[in-house]
Design a protein. Structure first.
Length: 148
């Protein structure tokens, strides 16, 4: 792959959907017993070089951890899909001799960062008024999403 010409201003979000959005916040749940949260995320990218499009799938699962034994913790599960148009995708991604797609690291990193931070903001608003309202997805190194 030739030296890339990555520029963040060549990326546009052209579509966004919440595929799944579920919050389980039991009525009798006592928020004062929350000592923390466990969460995990999944992140996957798919490419259409012909159309200069990238699809980002981002899944988040959050669960409260209470200080006492309770019948059911509060949970949240979301699946977001973003479609990005990258003006110069053909310069940033190409198939190698083994027919494996090589993608510029700066592009992948930027898409992971945009997806994660946008999803964080959406979750903050969706969790308001629920037992998960104090959960804020932490800032992470976008490269960690790309490893999974």
């Amino acid at each position: 792959m030739q030296e890339s010409k990555f520029s963040a201003d060549k990326i546009q979000i052209v579509d966004f959907k919440i595929i799944k959005g579920q919050i389980e916040s039991p009525f009798e749940f006592d928020m004062s017993t929350i000592k923390g949260h466990t969460f995990n995320v999944e992140f996957h990218l798919g490419f259409s070089l012909q159309e200069s499009l990238v699809k980002a799938d981002f899944k988040v699962f959050v669960e409260t951890n209470s200080t006492i034994s309770i019948p059911e913790e509060a949970k949240g599960s979301f699946h977001f899909v973003y479609i990005f148009h990258v003006d110069n995708l053909e310069e940033l991604a190409s198939y190698n001799s083994e027919d494996i797609l090589d993608v510029n690291g700066s592009l992948s990193n930027a898409l992971a960062a945009i997806t994660h931070s946008t999803s964080r903001g959406i979750l903050m608003t969706r969790f308001q008024g629920t037992a998960l309202e104090n959960f804020i997805m932490p800032v992470i190194d976008p490269n960690d999403l790309l490893k999974g």
